[in-house]
Design a protein around this ligand. Structure first.
Ligand code: BYC
Length: 358
């Protein structure tokens, strides 16, 4: 709950933050429980590596960088964590577009902090991926050369200030629904990064919700702007959860390894159910004429997003793919001197710690 003037997304979502806290407690518990490991962190004598790995997963114990893991598990994690990191970094652009045009000093300061948080999330995630034996340069190269993708959602334009609110409410909201279960991911560094990310992300969702609430209770023009933003961001937000389960290539294996805890469709449904209640509080309409409560399923029926469009956007043919990648490549090139200076400073300091102390 934030503020006392209206109920916030956390209430309607059944306390996502408390789920993050529960995941954090479970993480500590798992560490304390510790399946017996030999001193070298390998399996106890006489236990095969693969069997030990499986036993750790089954016991809900975290796999740590020092542990043996199958190559396919390592590759799956690098793929998902790196694409997640790229999404955070590219995700700075659509909102960054509004920093210079935020309607007040307060809004500008909040948005600046939020965009900066996204950069931080990208860095936690790149650091988590690096623990799997891949370098930061390699990861960045995978993005810049287009061999790895980032979330489809960031290939849509932010046309009005209300889009900043809709991104906070819907996009960050979808991100949280997806990421809270990742706090229980079997790979320790990813789970720990997610706990920190989710705590910050819940504030992001709140700021978007508050922007939309203000607009929805403002002038007729502001209200129309808020509704238009929700109309444009609803289906792309549903598509963020990925292809339907029947077409999801990685889900089954990722769930067996407890990287993912729920399927794409399960999380999408959870998000829809959460948003219906929040939209009512906002006084805004979700743009789906077939959205209705299904008593039998105890969930809302809803219209699926256009998955052909999702695939086109993932493959590079969304409204802003080219612009996003050009911007990122230019920023990388323009930032080369900063990386060189930081590397030179680090080299100097390790050669002679007193030389650069002043
Ligand atoms: N966009 O077998 P599937 C954020 C790809 S950051 C692009 O179901 P999986 C935020 C998928 O990668 C948001 N690609 O895959 C930041 C796979 O392709 P590859 C990002 C998508 O991994 C700043 C193929 O389709 N969040 O929220 O089991 C500001 C088949 O899919 C998408 C994360 O990355 C998509 N929407 O499940 C505000 C969370 N959907 O790799 C907000 C971590 C699917 O074979 N990631 N693909 O080339 C995940 O939870 C999972 O990777 C996914 C996909 C649910 C995204």
């Amino acid at each position: 709950m934030y503020g006392n003037d209206f109920s916030g997304p956390d209430d309607a979502a059944g306390g996502l933050l408390s789920q993050v806290e529960a995941a954090e407690a479970a993480l500590r518990e798992a560490a304390a429980r510790g399946l017996s490991r030999s001193d070298g962190d390998g399996p106890p004598p006489g236990v095969e590596l693969q069997d030990h790995f499986t036993a750790l997963i089954e016991a809900d114990q975290k796999i740590e960088p020092r542990d043996w893991m199958p190559d396919s598990y390592r590759r799956a994690l690098i793929r998902q964590i790196a694409q997640h990191a790229h999404s955070e970094i590219i995700g700075m652009q659509p909102e960054g577009n509004w920093i210079t045009r935020a309607p007040s000093l307060k809004r500008k300061a909040i948005l600046l902090a939020k965009v900066q948080d996204e950069a931080g999330h990208g860095l936690y995630l790149y650091a988590a991926a690096e623990t799997l034996g891949v370098t930061r340069d390699e990861l960045v190269d995978l993005l810049l050369t287009g061999r790895q993708k980032y979330s489809s959602i960031f290939n849509y334009p932010t046309l009005t200030w209300a889009d900043v609110g809709a991104i906070g409410w819907l996009v960050d909201g979808a991100a949280i629904v997806n990421q809270v279960p990742l706090c229980r991911c079997s790979y320790g560094p990813y789970a720990r990064a997610m706990i920190r990310v989710c705590k910050e992300e819940s504030f992001h969702q709140r700021q978007g919700y508050e922007i939309l609430h203000t607009l929805a209770h403002g002038t007729p023009a502001q209200r129309a702007m808020a509704q238009d933003a929700v109309d444009r961001w609803w289906y792309p937000s549903l598509a963020m959860f990925g292809p339907p389960d029947a077409d999801s290539t990685h889900s089954a294996q990722s769930m067996a390894w407890k990287i993912k805890r729920f399927s794409n469709d399960e999380l999408r449904q959870r998000f829809v159910d959460m948003c219906v209640q929040q939209a009512e509080i906002l006084g805004l309409r979700l743009p789906d004429p077939d959205l209705r409560w299904n008593e039998e399923r105890q969930a809302h029926d809803y219209t699926q997003p256009d998955y052909d469009e999702l695939m086109r956007v993932i493959k590079g043919d969304g409204p802003c793919n080219r612009q996003r990648m050009e911007h990122r490549r230019r920023a990388h090139t323009d930032g080369a001197w900063v990386r060189e200076a930081a590397a030179a400073y680090a080299a100097k300091r390790s050669a002679d710690p007193t030389a650069v102390a002043a």
